[in-house]
Design a binder for this molecule. Structure first.
Ligand code: SF4
Ligand code: SF4
Length: 124
């Protein structure tokens, strides 16, 4: 009898589970999801790559190329911190984007490079 009463009580309660993905969950403040790289702010110094514990970032300072492999990322935000604290550029920002599933590995790669200079254009 106690079991039936308990079952009936729970039947009318709001469920604890969420109807994801139909209903989008409210993520906690400060959630570290996919990082965003602002190539217009980046100076391609390579500090983020140096401090990344999983070698998810590669920077070629000479050719001004920045590459991030989301498949290797630990979402630790060390790159964001070092870019802010040491490079003083704020070129990396962790976003709360957490729906990151992809069917192909290549889709995890973000590659940014500084636009090529127009040929024959003189440096100021
Ligand atoms: S630390 Fe910042 S400025 Fe330097 S390469 Fe990384 S993103 Fe660019
Ligand atoms: S969040 Fe951490 S693991 Fe991911 S790229 Fe930045 S430093 Fe590397």
């Amino acid at each position: 009898m106690r079991l039936v009463a308990e079952a009936l009580k729970n039947f009318f309660k709001k469920p604890f589970t969420e109807k994801y993905p139909k209903a989008k969950p409210v993520v906690p403040e400060g959630l570290r999801g996919k990082l965003q790289h602002f190539k217009d702010r980046c100076i391609y110094c390579g500090l983020c790559a140096k401090y990344c514990p999983s070698a998810a970032i590669t920077v070629d300072p000479k050719n001004k190329v920045w590459i991030h492999d989301l498949g290797k990322c630990l979402f630790c935000a060390q790159c964001e911190e070092v870019c802010h604290e040491i490079a003083k550029k704020d070129a990396i920002k962790m976003t709360p984007e957490f729906e990151l599933a992809e069917t192909k590995k290549e889709k995890f790669i973000t590659k940014h490079s500084k636009p090529e200079k127009i040929k024959n254009q003189e440096e100021p």
